[in-house]
Unconditional design. Sequence first.
Length: 87
Amino acid sequence: MIIEGGKVIEATLQPEKDIPVKDEGFQELQDDAFKKKIVYYSDQFDHVRKEVAKLVIGQDEVVNSLIEALLANGHVLVEGIPGVGKT
């Protein structure tokens, strides 16, 4: 992922080649425990995003993309003009 001037300019995913993908279409989620985990982690993501956004003002897309990359164990290169808090 490359971020320049506060905007994502390139994002690439490289899926594993050996993992078979099975398209079963949309299925309604029936597992309540799994639903609770989704809600929990969604709330945690929102909390982290809000805390970071307190220091990085006006860069919501950048903050979201950075957190997503961290959660995915990815790498991010942030580019932009000096003085906008890339460090």
